[in-house]
Design a protein around this ligand. Sequence first.
Ligand code: ZN
Length: 194
Amino acid sequence: MIITMKEPDLQPYKLSVFDLNDENLSTYEFWTVEDTKWMQYALALAQRGAEFGEVPVGAVLVCDQKIIGQGFNEPIGRHDATAHAEIIALRAACLQLNNYRLPLGTTLYVSLEPCTMCVGALIHARVDRLIYAASEPRAGMVGSQMNLPVQPFYNHHIQVYKGLCSEHSSHILKSFFRKRRQAAKKNKGSTKTL
Ligand code: ZN
C-alpha cells in the first residue's frame, strides 16, 4: 500500500518590506506583546469615549513601559475643538513631567490615524514612535490623505507603524456610528408621530 503524504501547507512567512526611504508607511505584520497590550489599552480608552457619546478614539503615551499620559477623544464634553485623544494624552504627560518635550523613547499608541493638528503636536512634543490602529481615509495625515511625518522640513522625525489591532478599532468606530444613526432615525420617527 502506498501512503501518499499530504504536502505540508506551508505559507511563506510574509514580512513587510521595510524601506525607510519609501514614502509609503511601513506596516508590521507582527507586534510585540507590549505593543499589543498598550494598543488594547488605547482601545479601552476609545470605548470609554463612546460611552460619553464621543467618537471613540483613545491614545496612550508610554515611556519605559509606563503610562505617562492618556486620553480619549472628548471635544464635545470639553467644549474644545482641540480635545483629540492624542492632545489630551500629550498635555497630561507634559504637565506631569513639567516639560513641553517628552523623554526619548516615548511611544504614542492611538486607535485611529492622527489628523493634521495631532501630527503637528506629536512633532512639537518630540514623540519617538507613533503606532496607530485603523486608518482614517478622510482626514488621516499619516499616509491616507498626506504623509506629514516624512516631510523633510520638520526637524524631528517620528517612526510610524500602523495596523496594530486595526480591525478591533474599526469595529468600535463602526458600531458607534451605527448606534448613532439608529438613535437619530428613532428620534426622527418619534418627532413625526408628535
Ligand atoms: Zn487629531
